[in-house]
Design a binder for this molecule. Structure first.
Ligand code: ADP
Ligand code: MG
Length: 369
């Protein structure tokens, strides 16, 4: 796991960064009798920024609410800074957990100025300290010129910064962010993702973000937990989630791609209707096993001499590249990312070859719907 420079947040105790700050041990949460989170575990170390990524309804917000102390747990426990804050019969109230939260819609107070919004969580401080703390956050977030504006007088990105400043002003041990970039447009979203990531890393803030958007997750999370139906199905780096997904669900959810059927020929080869694919590592399947192979769009390479002939059925221009949906003469659908100069129209015939280094293979029909 990546280690950060020893810029521990000023509010944290002088401890090693490798120590866990948040430990979630096998928690489950329901809404009435409906299960939302099941046997969920997660450890976040001091100074780490991690992300939970999953489709709508998989339980992301519920996990954050449980950490913040807004939702009871039915099994397991949650520890923050070695202190049990949630157990079946022990709920430390939210205000005693030293957790800051940024909500999906920013939830700024519309009738308060930027300065007053940031000061809102600091009523326990003297007026002098409160002013100092707000001033520091205004500076850090580049909001100094907007201190006396109201939320409706700010852009989406500025509102986002105010929400972050308000959550960080009380110097929480842990920052939680629920889909923090979802109300921003795509360009601003990427920019803010990077900016927030830099800021959190520089200050050594420990953070858990949840999102359904993989770009947001990859911008912010050094480690990402992909969630499905109330549990983490893979906890990994963004690189491994893309290149070595452990389940069909993760492969499907992260990035683009298609699955083609094949049979294991021997431990290092898979026979498919598009030819024999070589694996760089021995496959853990018996000979003749019916399997499916993941093909990412960058595995399908434009090659005028290539062995596979396919017709273009869709194209999406992406600037430097074009994403094509292709159908082979045998009716196999492929996604292919070509350089932009390989410019074809719908119905055109193209030739491709497969260039797959690392085969990602699952049992056929491994998806349980
Ligand atoms: P996510 O944030 O990943 O979209 P949530 O944690 O909000 O997911 O929801 C998890 C599950 O709990 C979903 O099935 C959702 O319908 C259900 N749920 C969430 N909030 C409530 C609620 N207030 N009452 C009843 N069910 C809820
Ligand atoms: Mg949610």
């Amino acid at each position: 796991m990546k280690q950060y420079s020893p810029n521990s947040p000023r509010h944290s105790l002088p401890r090693s960064e490798a120590e866990p700050l948040l430990e979630i041990r096998g928690i489950s949460c329901n809404y009435d009798l409906e299960r939302a989170v099941f046997d969920f575990s997660l450890t976040v170390h001091r100074g780490e920024q991690v992300c939970l990524l999953g489709p709508s309804g998989c339980g992301k917000t519920t996990v954050l609410r449980a950490i913040a102390g807004f939702h009871p747990i039915l099994t397991g426990s949650i520890l923050i800074n070695d202190q049990q804050v949630s157990a079946v019969k022990n709920m430390v109230p939210p205000e005693a957990r030293r957790v800051g939260m940024v909500f999906q819609d920013h939830a700024l107070f519309p009738h308060l100025t930027v300065r007053e919004n940031i000061a809102a969580g600091l009523d326990q401080l003297s007026a002098g300290l409160r002013g100092e703390s707000v001033g520091e956050m205004l500076d850090r977030m580049g909001l100094g010129h907007h201190a006396d504006r109201y939320p409706h007088e700010l852009s989406g990105g500025q509102q986002q910064r105010v929400a972050l400043a308000r959550a960080l002003a009380p110097k929480p041990l842990l920052l939680l962010m629920d889909e923090p970039f979802s109300s921003l447009d795509q360009e601003l979203r990427e920019h803010m993702g990077q900016e927030v990531s830099d800021m959190l890393k520089e200050s050594g803030t420990t953070c858990v973000m949840v999102t359904h958007d993989q770009n947001d997750a990859f911008a912010l999370g050094d480690k990402v937990g992909v969630m499905s139906e109330g549990a983490i199905v893979q906890w990994d780096t963004p690189y491994n989630l893309y290149h070595q997904p452990q389940t069909h669900f993760v492969a499907d959810f992260i990035g683009n791609g298609v699955f083609i059927n094949g049979q294991c020929e021997d431990k290092k080869q898979v026979n498919t209707s598009l030819g024999m694919l070589q694996s760089d590592i021995a496959l853990d399947w018996s000979n003749d096993a019916d399997i499916e192979v993941l093909l990412r769009p960058d595995d399908v390479v434009y090659d005028p001499e290539g062995p596979i002939i396919a017709k273009v059925t869709r194209r999406a221009f992406k600037g430097a590249q074009i994403m094509y949906t292709l159908r082979t003469l045998d009716g196999v659908k492929l996604l292919a990312l070509f350089p932009s100069h390989a410019n074809f129209g719908i119905g055109d015939e193209v030739r491709v070859r497969l260039d797959v280094d690392h085969l990602v293979v699952f049992e056929q029909n491994s998806v349980v719907d």
